[in-house]
Design a protein around this ligand. Structure first.
Ligand code: SAH
Length: 510
């Protein structure tokens, strides 16, 4: 007999993935079956394991009464087979989430369940729009109301005229389709037409929009701002007590801007986080993948002679990282690094060594392999010196040539990783990129630019998509872009995430 399964009724939070709970994340990571609907951010589903079965039970307006029974059946069906099922619901499962019906169905089938609360939309929207829900002087109650529970029903379930008398703050879910009627009822109930009223749509998401006005003007304002569901309507004096910083979320410098990142997935996180922290939406569009070099014999030879090099020269952060990884595999102790001096093409590469407290003696002012070679030659330290150049497979011939021919160095080249183009159609945000476009696409290396050019046929934007401007991490990348007729509007002189963020904020920051 198989062990009976378990269902977790989990609140996904309001939209921003980081507003979901640690418990939600843990359960999603470990479940066998994930049953979700449209309000749960798709990002959360990326936490699920590869063998997790994901089932979309998204409700469409006017259809969901029928489907609710099917959802319950789905939960029961998988749980009786001994599966661990996560039922993911937007916001909090107990707030207008029909959770009671699902619990009843599970009880009837004798299946155990747990409930995991989530941040409900009203609280999240209020916080992210800077609208206080309570105030010592004018807001001592907070009510959660629903405009409609079923779009197929014509009338409002809640008698809003009664709520006009309660005062405090009203948080109205699902209110958009009957906004006019709700306002009328509140006015009939005797509420002041001047009472502060706000609507927040798509709260906590990069496309959050809001209007803050008074009750008598809210229908017109919502129409003008083209606000759409999902949205929460707030009515009450407390929300009018916002301080100057109330608009914190939407006034971040990159709010409303979208950027596509082209680096390999494993490396996007730092740049992604910095862009997101400034309010941008980030699309992942990896155009290259980095594979470790297969030439084990050469690697072993180079490491055996590591003490003989006077300079080690690094042309990319990828190369630097992979070199250090192999170094520690070979030696396990930083003291074996020896006395060789380190030269790096740019700040990002140098950072890898600084993390190990290794001093980087040379970084050219403008980050190109040619400048690096010129600066190295200018040290007059190369004559008959052993120099190690650590690169990818897309070699910097010029570097080797200049160090040998002009500097008279004895050069060993260690191609430590290989760069391959990815298939753009496999990128996590490929469809979104073509549908909506982006304000900028950030190329981190010449190879990302070449991959983009090569896959042009698969990069036809849909009508209405924003055509991104090309942002280049450094002069080499810009050169490749220009050689391929791609205009470069934003460029770092010395590739680093810090400089890129600075330039992006300078260009796009409102
Ligand atoms: N259980 C959910 C509510 C489900 S009802 C919760 O606790 O949040 C669906 C309604 O929630 C939508 O019609 C809208 O009124 C509100 N809602 C959900 N997500 C929202 C968001 N990101 N921004 C604004 N309103 C949202």
């Amino acid at each position: 007999m198989s062990e009976s399964g378990m269902v977790y009724l989990v609140g996904a939070g309001p939209g921003e993935p980081k507003l979901s709970t640690l418990r939600a994340k843990e359960l999603i990571e470990n479940c066998d079956v994930l049953v979700y609907d449209n309000l749960a951010n798709p990002e959360l589903r990326k936490w699920a394991s590869l063998n997790c079965v994901q089932i979309d039970v998204g409700k469409s307006p006017g259809r969901h009464t029928l489907e609710q029974r099917d959802i319950e059946k789905t939960l029961v069906e998988h749980a009786v087979k001994g599966k661990v099922v996560v039922r993911l619901k937007g916001g909090d499962p107990f707030v207008f989430g029909r959770c009671a019906e699902e619990m009843l169905a599970l009880d009837e089938a004798g299946i155990s369940y747990e409930v995991v609360p989530g941040v409900t939309a009203a609280l999240a929207c209020a916080g992210y729009a800077g609208l206080p829900l309570s105030h010592r002087e004018c807001g001592s109650t907070i009510s959660f109301l629903t405009g409609h529970e079923d779009l197929s029903k014509d009338s409002l379930r809640v008698d809003f005229s009664k709520f006009a008398k309660i005062g405090g703050t009203l948080c109205i879910y699902m209110g958009m389709s009957k906004l006019d009627e709700i306002v009328q009822k509140l006015l009939e109930g005797g509420i002041s037409p001047e009472v502060p009223t706000a609507i927040v749509s798509n709260g906590t998401l990069p496309r959050q929009k809001k209007v803050v006005t008074t009750l008598n003007k809210v229908v017109k304002s919502a129409c003008e701002a083209k606000l759409q569901a999902p949205a929460i309507v707030f009515v009450g004096n407390a929300i009018g007590r916002t301080g100057k910083k109330g608009n914190w979320f939407e006034s971040r410098p990159l709010f409303g801007k979208r950027f596509a990142l082209t680096r390999p997935t494993a490396q996007v996180s730092k740049l992604k986080k910095k862009l997101e922290d400034r309010g941008a939406e980030v699309l992942e569009l990896p155009l290259i993948k980095i594979l470790p070099s297969e030439d084990k014999k050469l690697i072993a030879e180079i490491f055996a002679g590591i003490a003989t090099y006077e300079w080690a020269v690094f042309t990319s952060a990828n190369g630097a990282r992979e070199f250090m990884r192999l170094f520690f595999l070979a030696f396990g102790d930083i003291r074996s690094f020896g006395p060789m001096r380190i030269a790096c093409v740019g700040e990002g590469t140098a950072e890898v060594f600084r993390n190990y407290s290794l001093e980087v003696e040379m970084i050219p002012e403008i980050s190109t392999a040619e400048n690096l070679a010129k600066d190295l030659v200018a040290t007059n330290s190369l004559d008959s010196a052993n120099v190690l150049i650590v690169t990818g497979n897309r070699n910097r011939e010029i570097l080797v040539q200049m160090l040998e021919d002009i500097g008279h160095a004895i050069v060993d080249t260690l191609p430590i990783y290989e760069t391959d183009f990815t298939d753009i159609k496999d990128a996590p945000d490929y469809e979104k990129f073509l549908k909506f476009g982006a304000d900028g696409i950030i190329f981190t290396s010449s190879s990302t630019a070449l991959s983009y050019v090569e896959q042009e046929e698969d990069l036809v934007f849909e009508d209405g998509a924003i055509k991104p401007i090309h942002c280049s991490f450094g002069p080499e990348t810009s050169k490749t872009l220009r050689e391929n007729d791609l205009e470069v509007k934003l460029e770092c002189i010395n590739p680093s995430i810090k400089e890129m963020i600075f330039k992006v904020v300078e260009q796009f920051g409102g």
